[in-house]
Design a protein around this ligand. Sequence first.
Ligand SMILES: *Cc1c(COP(=O)(O)O)cnc(C)c1O
Length: 469
Amino acid sequence: MENIDYPMQTLAEPFRIKMVEPIRMTSLEYREKALKEAGYNPFLLSSEDGFIDLLTDSGTGAMSQAQWAGMMLADEGYAGAKSWIKLEKVVKELTSMPFVLPTHQGRAAERILYGILGGRDKVFLSNTHFDTTRANIEYSGATALDLMPDEIMENDKFLPFKGNIDLIKLENSINQIGNNNIAAIVLTVTNNSSGGQPVSMSNAKAVRKICDQNNILMVIDGCRIAENAYFIKHRESGFENYSYKEIAQEMLALGDAFIMSAKKDGLVNMGGLLCIKDESLSKKCMNQLIISEGFITYGGLSGRDMEAMAVGLEEVFDESYLHYRIRSTAYLGEKLHTKGVPVIWPIGGHAVYVDAHRLFPGIPVDQYPGQVLVCELYRIGGIRCVEVGSVMFGKYDDHGRLIPAAQELVRLAIPRRVYTQSHIDYVLEVFDHIMKNTSINTGYKIIDESPFLRHFTAKFQKIDNNGNT
Ligand SMILES: *Cc1c(COP(=O)(O)O)cnc(C)c1O
């Protein structure tokens, strides 16, 4: 592998722009009206009403010329398409898993696998269950427990692998619950809901060992496996001379199953994967796949989707791409940190997480400080992003009082290969305005919500200084 050195400080994007998509700025009045009409939930805004869209890094990336060219050559055969055979080969080589099932996105793979493994009395253990992961597990009737190390809550503390699962909590939980009731251990790599923080190879190996000792299935939810490999190469000793792909291969080989939303490190706008080692489990999954997604050689995908994914899964391990990817996310996070914006430290792979509770200490948690920041970023700068706090993870007690999430975060997710450094400089300038008014002390009330994944559709009302809406 060649080791490129990067002598300059300026992070120049390792691509040229060949096709442009215009974006437009709107007026403050326009955005205030749009926000109100969307019930103060940016998920309900029209995408063209925003200027910079940091809502998610999922399916929002730009494809390369090689991916677009591949799409023109794709085979749309119903069964055994050439594009499927190409994708299957790439995925088998990456995961070393013999059974590869294409799905239309990550949650379809989750619903299939967790629907089969889950059910009442079953428990899933994870470093952190992503929101759709938790929803699919809970929908099956099972319980999802997050086992994060306590010290990851220290948002300022530098730890190289804050995404790790806590091994002591893991062993204690297995002892308490009994391995027969544990459906699987799900290692989320990188750990999306916990700041996009990486998981070390040694942590993954320890989980494998615990799974072997207790006869428990190990699932890797690895939609950001390439980004995680970058952190391992640069932070974990012993991997300096590995390629990013070799690191990913070594980690994926540890799992019994691999779930991937290809909308992340697959570098495509739509697609997912479910890979399985065990033949009998794979057969059960294939039955479900045929019922709900499509035949086993296309799942929910067209031939061109699979072609683009096959190319994307190779490109994502490119050294200049990964360097640019991780460093450009860090560029935003480090600059915000310097401005005094409280961010989760160190900066993760795909997103910067702002601690809205610390930014707006006057806003009560049950008035959703994260939602306030989300709305302010849109109002002031046309920036769209998502709350990852009590709107996303809050529950209610028997008296209808909010049981808040552990943290009130806001996620600024960076789409892959989409925005340039000057777009990010613009975001930083919007934060200068936010920082001028951190004494806001009222927030929002939820007036409409659904029982699962409520953050997608919830509607809010503003609370004024007298506590009225
Ligand atoms: C995005 C994501 C999923 C769900 O994938 P979709 O393609 O959005 O359905 C699952 N797990 C993690 C960690 C994710 O980031």
